[in-house]
Design a protein around this ligand. Structure first.
Ligand code: ZN
Ligand code: ZN
Length: 140
């Protein structure tokens, strides 16, 4: 995994993967693109699996930039609930609904399914998670 140095204010992710024509389509970041109407959680979960987390919200930002450029409060909203980097979206921000988890037959513990269920889709321009995700406390 390549480590990308990110300067605050002028992020550059060119070191992540080859930047080609495909990358240009998402602003030259080299990141996988959100699908049409894919929600931020499904995208970030999928993209973290692909690119890893670099300790920032670059994937959440990539989703925002591609789908809802007007949602400038996204990072603040995430930070407020303890989500300060992309992998925390799925750790602390939202969890897949319990009915989607799988039971590990060896340990008898629940784990996120692989592959994940497809996104439940959100209205285009929305920065909200789709119906697959709940805030952790909603699990209780
Ligand atoms: Zn992280
Ligand atoms: Zn989704």
């Amino acid at each position: 995994m390549l480590v990308t140095v990110v300067t605050v204010g002028a992020p550059r992710y060119d070191g992540c993967v080859d930047v080609g024509a495909e990358a240009e389509a998402v602003g030259g970041t080299g990141l996988v693109e959100p699908q049409e109407r894919e929600c931020v959680c499904c995208y970030v979960a999928r993209a973290v699996a692909e690119h890893g987390c670099d300790g920032t919200l670059r994937l959440a930002r990539a989703h925002r930039d591609a789908t809802a450029p007007g949602a400038v409060g996204l990072e603040r909203r995430l930070t407020r609930i303890g989500v300060t980097c992309d992998c925390a979206v799925e750790e602390r921000g939202w969890w897949l609904r319990r009915e989607h988890w799988e039971r590990d037959l060896d340990t008898d513990e629940l784990r996120p399914p692989a592959p994940r269920p497809g996104c439940g889709w959100v209205p285009s321009g929305s920065s909200q998670p789709c119906g697959l995700w709940v805030r952790p406390r909603a699990w209780e």
